[in-house]
Design a protein around this ligand. Structure first.
Ligand SMILES: NC(=O)c1ccc[n+]([C@@H]2O[C@H](COP(=O)([O-])OP(=O)(O)OC[C@H]3O[C@@H](n4cnc5c(N)ncnc54)[C@H](OP(=O)(O)O)[C@@H]3O)[C@@H](O)[C@H]2O)c1
Length: 290
């Protein structure tokens, strides 16, 4: 498998596509907003005018767009992927979406004899660029095996979990951790600062214990310095939190903490913080503690 299509050249999609090009795959790409395709074009990708053309030129099409509605639009609407269907085509969706929606989208692709895999990932553009993401995959096992070499170029760990939808359930559980960690750090830093303690001392102590995380060792220092250059926007994390609370409703379970977190992130967006990195949630705490 050499011909790979990428639809969606946002922060994550652009980095994934650049890594595939670097790894000698032939990349055909489409992005709704044409300006975002410049870097990839300069590196040798073929930029086309529609998802249909991406499908026509690819054996594997990777979708990396915002949400389930965007996935449905680029898949099934005018000039969508299904219009470029051919015998060898496999589709893999890396967008973070609701597990049930994902299952339904897979079924709809199946109506056109196309196998659609779920391949949500952990890690941002900074590690996607070197192929160091962690991937959770679900869907048709045979199609997964056909694509495995490509997936191992994108991610340094690839977990095949089972039937369509389940990889997204695990991905939501992963982003639940991110949400809580960012909030816990934001609240911890706010508490020690108000107690006239240097928050870097707090981090040094935290990072000397069992409770340290990658976030407390890296992004937390940027939170103290007020540097929120986005690798994953606060608005996109809020989109995932809402997906988690909706998934909880569909599953008939109660997840009280994420429901509370949804309100906090929603308020942060109302304060105009949606476009900065999700760790900028600390700015919201600053605002309510002024
Ligand atoms: N960034 C990360 O660290 C990260 C990590 C894991 C998973 N993810 C997931 O990956 C996906 C992309 O994230 P990102 O950070 O790359 O977001 P982003 O920078 O905001 O990019 C979003 C992409 O989706 C496209 N899009 C949105 N609505 C669309 C529509 N209706 N039709 C066609 N294209 C549409 C955008 O096109 P335009 O340029 O035209 O707006 C853009 O290419 C999301 O589901 C996110 O949750 C992100």
């Amino acid at each position: 498998m050499q011909k790979i299509g990428v639809i969606g050249l946002g922060m994550l999609g652009n980095a994934v596509a650049l890594n595939l090009l670097d790894s000698d795959f032939k990349v055909t790409a489409y992005n709704r907003t044409r300006e975002k395709t410049t870097q990839l074009k300069e590196k040798g990708a073929t930029i086309v005018e529609s998802p249909k053309e991406v499908a026509e030129n690819s054996e594997l099409v990777i979708i990396i767009v915002k949400d389930a509605n965007a996935v449905k639009q680029i898949s099934f609407e005018d000039s969508g992927i299904i219009k470029g269907n051919h015998e060898k085509l496999i589709v893999a969706d890396m967008s973070t979406i609701d597990p049930l929606e994902s299952k339904n989208i897979s079924k709809k692709f199946q109506d056109f004899n196309i196998n659609k895999l779920d391949i949500p990932v952990m890690g941002g553009p900074n590690i996607a660029i070197t192929g160091d993401l962690v991937m959770m995959a679900s869907g048709n096992k045979g199609s997964f095996e056909e694509c495995e070499k490509v997936f191992k170029t994108i991610a340094n760990k690839v977990f095949f979990i089972g039937e369509s939808g389940v990889a997204h359930s695990v991905k939501l559980a992963m982003n639940l951790q991110i949400t809580m960690l960012a909030l816990a750090l934001a609240e911890g830093i706010t508490l020690v600062k108000k107690s006239d303690v240097d928050p870097k001392i707090f981090l040094e102590i935290l990072n000397s214990t069992y409770f340290k995380t990658g976030m407390s060792e890296k992004k937390a220092y940027k939170m103290i310095d007020g540097k929120y250059d986005a690798t994953f926007t606060l608005a996109n994390l809020k989109k995932d939190i809402t997906t988690m609370t909706n998934a909880a409703k569909s599953l008939g379970i109660k997840l009280p903490m994420i429901t509370k977190a949804e309100e906090v992130y929603e308020n942060a967006i109302k304060e105009g913080l949606g476009d900065i990195d999700y760790t900028g949630i600390i700015e919201y705490l600053k605002k309510i503690n002024e």
